[in-house]
Ligand binder design. Structure first.
Ligand code: NAD
Ligand code: ZN
Length: 342
């Protein structure tokens, strides 16, 4: 089969021929239709410090996918051949206290497909049946291929009750933009999203009914005033990984505000701790998706009016993967989807 492989310990990915994976009794084999390119894949392409420390070479990359089941392990029931699916890319252990108490997403032995284990940028993927999420007919393969990052957005946005609340999102990357759509769908009052990349702010305003703020040229406090958010934002979703954005967010929050942190800073970053104490702010780190509560909630929302389709700005046949990665690296794209059937 064709696969996009981290074949050498240097910048790039290589389209290679690899054996079709053999499945075990508890696995399924999925024929991949569409995949999404993630920021993580860009780190792996660039071969930065994190990638060097984390990713074994060679490895088939990719973890955002939609496809169809073409083989079932002998212990697998409840799934069928030809079933369209996406799936949770975090492979969890079953031994830890967290797993045994049903908090699968907190399992410390989690391994990621396309990061630690063979991934989805290939014609076929082996996945434990446990991780499969069937796709209803009304959810397309394009959307199926971005459920992983949509799940990050949903997990973060639903961390705190935001019905009727004023929500600040820092970072209008694909996940911040989708979180804005989710916050709006879930019933937030005002949703404000910040970035300094005007293309992305324009895309945010196209995808969701939000107030975009360019922090390079606009004053967030002034916009707050215009929206009559007098005391500050009730809920903050940090989706940039930037220290400056978190500082700005803490400053803009109401007393007792709640902040969910998804963005990953590049290294250790100093926090104005006393500001958080005196403002009585709750901080919550977010990792991955809740397995499988986030999946149920996002599919239900997609079937009931949540529309994030415009966040996909580029589509390429997988043979043009280099163009897809270039679009992602340009910083001007939303989600980029590769077609493995073309
Ligand atoms: P992205 O890099 O595409 O988007 C981040 C955006 O933040 C960019 O548009 C950038 O211009 C903007 N930004 C930078 N500095 C800013 C500032 N001071 N104020 C406002 N905006 C600023 O990322 P993404 O793919 O949308 O993912 C969002 C974040 O979530 C990333 O940090 C990513 O690493 C992280 N992430 C975490 C998890 C997890 O499990 N915790 C999972 C997926 C992604
Ligand atoms: Zn991803």
């Amino acid at each position: 089969m064709k696969a996009l492989v981290k074949a050498h310990a240097r910048e790039g990915l290589w389209l290679q021929t690899a054996p079709v994976p053999e499945i075990g009794p508890d696995d399924v084999l999925i024929r991949i239709n569409k995949t999404g390119i993630c920021g993580t894949d860009i780190h792996i392409w660039n071969w930065d410090d994190w990638a060097r420390k984390t990713v074994p070479v060679p490895l088939i990359t990719g973890h955002e996918f939609a496809g169809e089941i073409v083989e079932l392990g002998r212990n697998v029931d409840g799934l069928s051949l030809g079933q369209r699916c996406s799936g949770e890319g975090h492979l969890i252990g079953k031994k830890s206290r967290q797993s045994r108490s049903g908090k699968f997403h907190l399992d410390p032995e989690t391994r990621g497909i396309g990061v630690n284990e063979p991934g989805a940028f290939a014609e076929f993927l082996r996945l434990p049946a446990f991780n499969v999420v069937p796709l209803p007919d009304d959810i397309s393969d394009d959307i199926g291929a971005i459920l992983d990052p949509l799940g990050n957005a949903v997990h973060t946005a639903l961390s705190f009750d935001l019905v009727g609340e004023d929500v600040l999102i820092t970072g209008a990357g694909p996940i911040g933009i989708m979180a804005a759509a989710v916050a709006r769908h879930a019933g937030a009052r005002n949703v404000v999203i910040t970035d300094m990349n005007q293309d992305r702010l324009d895309l945010a305003a196209k995808v969701a009914d939000v107030t975009p703020v360019n922090v390079a040229t606009q004053d967030l406090a002034e916009i707050r005033g215009q929206l009559r958010i007098t005391q500050g934002f009730d809920v903050g979703l940090e989706m940039s990984g930037s220290q400056a954005a978190l500082d700005q967010m803490v400053e803009a929050m109401v007393m007792g505000g709640r902040i969910a942190l998804l963005g990953i800073p590049p290294g250790k970053s100093p926090v104005d701790w006393s500001r958080i104490v005196f403002k009585a702010i709750t901080l919550k780190g977010i990792y991955g998706r809740e397995i499988f509560e986030t999946w149920y909630k996002m599919i239900a929302m997609l079937q009931n009016g949540l529309d994030v389709s415009a966040v996909i700005t580029h589509r390429f046949p997988m043979s043009d993967f280099a163009e897809g990665f270039a679009a992602m690296k340009s910083g001007r794209s939303g989600k980029v989807v590769l077609d493995w059937t073309a």
